[in-house]
Structures are given as C-alpha cells and as structure tokens.
Design a protein. Structure first.
Length: 73
C-alpha cells in the first residue's frame, strides 16, 4: 500500500482569525486530511473499501451529470 504525501497547508492571517480558521477548515476538507485520518483509525476490510469507493464514484458521476444538465433533480 503506497502512502501519498500531502503538501503543507498554509494560510496567512492578515485580518480576522475566525476567517482564517474557516479557510483552514475548508482547505483541510478539500485535501481529505480528516477522511484519511479516519481511515487509519480502524481496520476496514477490502470489501468495504471497494463498496465505499464504488458509492463515492456513483455519487460523483451523478453530481457531474446533474451539473451538466443531463439529469434533473
């Protein structure tokens, strides 16, 4: 199993700390840091990993089709 090395996440705080914290949370969410951490906390069988990957792919494809106008909500 290969481990991907994530880039460092940097946010410069100029004004409000609350705004910077919100930006940091968004960047962490986009990078998938929390998801990766949760994945390493407990053992997950290969069948569950495949099922989650498949469900995630189906959802992404469905959202793409909705955004392209191929499917109406």
């Amino acid at each position: 199993m290969s481990k991907r090395r994530k880039a460092n996440i940097e946010i410069t705080v100029v004004g409000h700390v609350d705004r910077a914290l919100k930006q940091l949370k968004k960047k962490i969410e986009r990078e998938g840091v929390v998801r990766d951490m949760k994945r390493t906390v407990y053992f997950e069988p290969a069948t569950q990993k495949r099922r989650k990957r498949l469900v995630r792919a189906i959802k992404l494809n469905l959202m793409r089709m909705i955004n392209q106008g191929l499917i109406k909500k």
